[in-house]
Design a protein around this ligand. Structure first.
Ligand code: HAX
Length: 426
């Protein structure tokens, strides 16, 4: 058994006891209420889910197991996965064990490539990724063990197995999709001894003479790993997983949600918008030109991609981390320069529109320009990178939910007629 398995086996009994204790003692206490506007408004702000892997206070941004994400920016994603699952950063030995474990699991079954090769050549890379994950469901250890009649207390163990297999295989899968979908030539085999994110960069096959692309991949994979449980992808994976569908079903479902333009796809739309700006002005525009262009976008009834958030009310610290990376590595890059200038201009414009609750940049506002700088110009692929990282969050949430025995999710819905009757009596 791996050190991660042993660590979880050691902490899960206390975690279960704590959660059962809280539920037993305070089960009838009210922690949230629901207005009609919230029921019609995407359930914004209703506390109806528990997530112990991470939290997103509106005035602070992502905190993973008590540690603000900016303090984790120089860590490896494997360390973050360990932290998400266990609540502690791994020791050197733990990290080495996890890395070896992932390395030993990274072979993508051949039938997956055959299915992907049979898809239309212009399929969206996200459709290819989610199909690839779903096809691999055949490998699920959870489903096999469940069919054999495993005990409920053991559900987390094959869920961890599935999660580790999925995390190990999703980067070669995603890199293979990049090369196949964009005519980059044969797949590149993983390199032994390289960390998970750098290996993903290696398998993508982009030139990296300075080693900074590998650094960007590490940072990217850390920053996108988790964002509590109420966002579309996490909530979807959580809901599907609560039916005891295995990790392949749950993660594929969650990532289908990430493919939406208001969620993960925003990073592709962001760069599209920035490139459009640069094309129009023949390079990075002045602040005044930018102000006018942004106003035209808003007047056209469109959103400024990369700005606003359903929960955050500050500049996303993940944006800050990418912004700082750009300032260090490519300060003179025209696309980066525009992104930096947009940050100076757009919040002031959005603040003047009363309905917009958050005028600040989110994670998607700066990530694309950095990928573009390193030669990844196929921006329909960007959400795949987000997905590879987010798989760590979705899987860790699933492991934790199975560990404490979370029941199937089933909120109640009512028709509009019911709402009209109900409010009469309030
Ligand atoms: N530009 C223009 N209008 C915006 C806006 C922006 N960047 N952000 C919000 N608004 C508008 C909304 O469209 C909404 O208008 P309507 O009432 O006419 O529909 C209004 O302001 C109120 O929205 P809100 O309450 O402030 O924000 P929501 O919680 O409804 O939505 C979104 C949050 C992120 C979807 C929204 O800010 C948006 O569409 N932003 C641009 C797209 C984007 O960057 N998405 C990525 C978010 C990060 C993420 O999840 N990544 O995966």
């Amino acid at each position: 058994m791996s050190r991660l398995h042993d660590k979880l086996a050691a902490i899960i009994p206390a975690m279960r006891e704590e959660i059962q204790g809280v539920n037993k003692e305070f089960g009838d206490k009210v922690i949230s209420q629901v207005t009609v506007a919230q029921a019609y408004g995407g359930m914004r702000g209703i506390i109806g889910l528990i997530c112990d892997t991470s939290e997103v206070p509106p005035d602070k941004g992502l905190i993973i197991r008590g540690i603000p994400v900016k303090e984790l920016a120089n860590r490896l994603p494997e360390e973050i996965f360990w932290l998400l699952c266990t609540g502690e950063l791994p020791s050197k030995e733990d990290l080495a064990d996890l890395q070896m474990d992932l390395e030993s699991r990274c072979e993508v079954p051949d039938y997956v490539w055959k299915v992907l090769e049979a898809m239309p050549k212009d399929s969206h890379p996200m459709a290819m990724l989610d199909t690839g994950i779903l096809v691999m469901e055949r490998e699920s250890v959870f489903r096999k063990r469940y069919d054999e009649g495993m005990k409920k207390a053991e559900y987390w163990m094959p869920t961890l197995e599935d999660s580790l297999n999925l995390i190990a295989r999703i980067s070669p899968l995603a890199a293979g999709i990049y090369r196949m979908r964009f005519g980059k030539g044969a797949r590149i085999a993983p390199k032994k001894g390289l960390d998970w994110a750098a290996n993903y960069g290696h398998m993508l096959g982009l030139p990296d003479p300075t080693g900074e692309f590998a650094n960007l991949m590490r940072l990217y994979m850390v920053l996108h790993s988790d964002h509590e449980s109420g966002n579309v992808s996490a909530h979807t994976a959580h809901c599907v997983g609560s039916a005891l569908s295995d990790a392949y079903y749950a993660v594929s479902a969650g990532l289908n949600g990430l493919a939406g333009p208001l969620h993960g796809l925003a990073n592709q739309e962001c760069l599209d918008w920035v490139l459009m700006v640069n094309k129009k002005f023949n390079g990075a525009p002045s602040e005044e030109q930018l102000r006018q262009f942004a106003q035209e976008t808003l007047d056209g009834g469109k959103v400024i991609p990369g700005y606003g958030h359903a929960v955050l009310r500050i500049t996303d610290p993940r944006f800050d981390a990418f912004h700082a990376f750009g300032a260090r590595v490519c300060p003179d890059d025209a696309t980066y320069k525009t992104v930096a200038r947009v940050y100076k201009v757009v919040p002031e414009l959005l603040k003047q529109i009363q309905k917009i609750k958050d005028p600040w940049p989110n994670v998607d506002a700066a990530s694309g320009c950095l990928l573009y700088h390193f030669g990844m110009t196929e921006f329909s692929y960007y959400t795949v990178l987000f997905s590879v990282s987010r798989t760590m969050g979705l899987c860790s949430q699933l492991v934790v939910s199975r560990a404490w025995g979370e029941p199937i999710e089933r909120p109640k819905s009512q028709p509009t007629k019911w709402v009209k009757e109900k409010v009469k009596s309030l």
